[in-house]
Design a protein around this ligand. Structure first.
Ligand code: GBH
Length: 501
């Protein structure tokens, strides 16, 4: 049974939707008792203490300290000061009632040079304390090993375009399994590798801001996939039998909807170039066919002797295939997709390789981030597509969330966002039988939002970045999320007989 839920929302950001009524059908079944509800952060975005207690420099420290690329010229030097305030963060998590907290380890805090020759005891103690605090409060740690913050010395030695990074990352992974593996049952090797590679080495939109379009991102991805697989195998062979955890990767994508019936191929091509680039080698084996043929053809037309997309050997394909125990999925919004019949040939780029145009519709409700609009239906379509394309993996949504610009008012749009997205997750579970076992709000706190600094705020809790204390204040959506976690229900009253599902 379904109910029609009507929400009236008032002021959002600078715009008022006072008279804007929208009807959303909200699923009124319940989530099962063992469904995981959590929140997420990442090290660089919340910890601060950038050079404290022996931490080494990473590429975000370097970029924020030496360039003018961050929108508000800010840094993560202090951020939310979670390095000192982790107990307060855990108290907030406890109050929310979450079952898990997804956070990341700062590679440079544990290994200040990036290499495993020197372990920083104080950094290790910080994470031991955080994990202990979580466990003492019955909160499961979901640990991301790498969330974009490459140690500067690793970058200087070639970074993700060097094949040696596979060894360097493997050494780091082994260190953290040894140190924390007894208490960590859910590992994630990489967060959103596409951002590290495409934006880090292709379009230069994120640290280390290298512009090598059409070449750098493919090389980076090639090494990163091998590094992921190596870490998975190390865990599988050396730690799984004693530590009994699960390990996977976080892959992100919006939902790509064809603009017309004729654009279905274009939409699928875009999904493969964004998500399949990483998911296909890990779940099905090798890069997607469409990427292999298209990039090879275009490389030839451009006068390259070989495809700009490196090829895996048969052994490498087999080594990478199957290196997952579940899937971490990040998704925020949707795009309409049209084919670009004549993408430029000449100056290589990943964008031209995809050969599509994409856009969002004006009547999709906007967030403060220009790439986020409220498109909950896209989440259901995405989950069904992932199930079909990657052999029905166990999925946890590792990020989903809504940004404000600091003026969230009654927070109605964020509440609407969680409610409608979760409703579509429930539809996917019940009606499409997608195996989703958890959902994670990005983010627990307003934080250092990479290139846009502190101007876009995804937190359930507002952080006062002008106060020394970095005071945290609950936004109204905290009460809604709390209630959902407690009752497993998205509306006022739910059907009760589905609890055991
Ligand atoms: C995630 O990235 C990150 O994991 C997290 O650290 C971050 O704080 C959070 O989401 C919120 O941003 O400029 O139109 O080409 C989100 C995925 C993909 C969003 C690339 C920005 C660029 C869009 N990101 N995207 S556009």
């Amino acid at each position: 049974m379904r109910v029609l839920f009507v929400l009236v929302f008032s002021c959002l950001l600078a715009t008022c939707f006072a008279d804007d009524l929208d009807d959303y059908e909200i699923n009124n079944n319940t989530f099962s008792e063992d469904f995981l509800f959590g929140t997420a952060t990442s090290a660089y975005q919340v910890e601060g203490a950038w050079d404290e207690d022996g931490k080494g420099e990473n590429i975000w420290d370097r970029l924020t300290h030496t360039t003018e690329l961050i929108k508000d010229k800010s840094t993560g030097d202090i951020a939310c000061d979670s390095y000192h305030k982790y107990k307060e963060d855990v108290a907030l998590l406890k109050d929310l009632g979450v079952s898990h907290y997804r956070f990341s380890l700062s590679w440079s805090r544990i290994l200040p040079t990036g290499f495993a020759n020197k372990v920083n005891t104080a950094g290790v103690t910080y994470y031991k304390n955080l994990i202990k605090e979580l466990k003492d409060n019955d909160i499961e740690p979901f640990v991301t090993i790498f969330h974009w913050d490459t140690p500067q010395p690793i970058h200087d030695a070639g970074g993700w375009t060097s094949e040696f990074v596979v060894d360097w990352f493997a050494d780091y992974a082994r260190v953290v399994f040894e140190l924390f593996g007894e208490d960590v049952k859910y590992w994630l090797t990489f967060n959103e590798p596409k951002q590290t590679c495409h934006e880090g080495y292709g379009s230069a939109k994120k640290a280390p801001a290298i512009s090598s379009p059409g070449v750098g991102e493919y090389l980076c991805t090639h090494n990163l996939l091998k590094a992921h697989a190596r870490a998975w195998h190390i865990y599988d062979e050396e730690f799984r039998s004693t530590q009994n955890g699960k390990i996977s990767i976080v892959i992100d994508t919006p939902w790509y909807e064809p603009a017309t019936e004729d654009d279905e191929d274009a939409a699928e091509r875009k999904r493969q170039f964004v998500f399949g680039w990483y998911a296909n080698p890990i779940f099905n084996g090798d890069y997607p066919e469409i990427m292999k043929t298209r990039i090879a053809e275009r490389s030839e037309l451009e006068g390259f002797g070989e495809s700009r997309l490196p090829a895996f050997t048969k052994d490498e394909i087999d080594y990478i295939k199957g290196t997952y125990d579940y899937l971490g999925l990040n998704s925020y919004s949707s795009y309409m997709v049209k084919t670009d019949p004549e993408p430029d040939i000449g100056s290589p780029s990943w964008d031209d390789d995809t050969g599509i145009y994409e856009y969002q519709l004006d009547d999709w409700i906007p967030a403060a981030s220009d790439w986020v609009r409220v498109t909950p239906w896209g989440m259901r379509k995405l989950l069904a597509w992932v199930k079909k394309t990657y052999n029905n993996p166990a999925i946890i949504i590792t990020e989903n969330g809504f940004s404000d610009d600091g003026t969230y008012g009654d927070d109605a749009t964020r509440i609407l966002y969680y409610q409608t997205y979760l409703s579509n997750v429930l539809d996917a579970i019940i009606e499409d039988e997608v195996n989703v076992f958890g959902y994670t709000v990005w983010s627990l706190l307003d934080n250092m939002e990479w290139m846009v600094g502190y101007t876009e705020k995804f937190g359930l809790y507002q952080v006062d970045f002008s106060s020394k204390n970095r005071t945290r204040t609950a936004k109204p959506s905290v009460d809604y999320y709390k209630k959902v976690i407690q009752t497993r229900c998205l509306v006022d009253t739910c059907e009760t007989d589905t609890k055991k599902r």
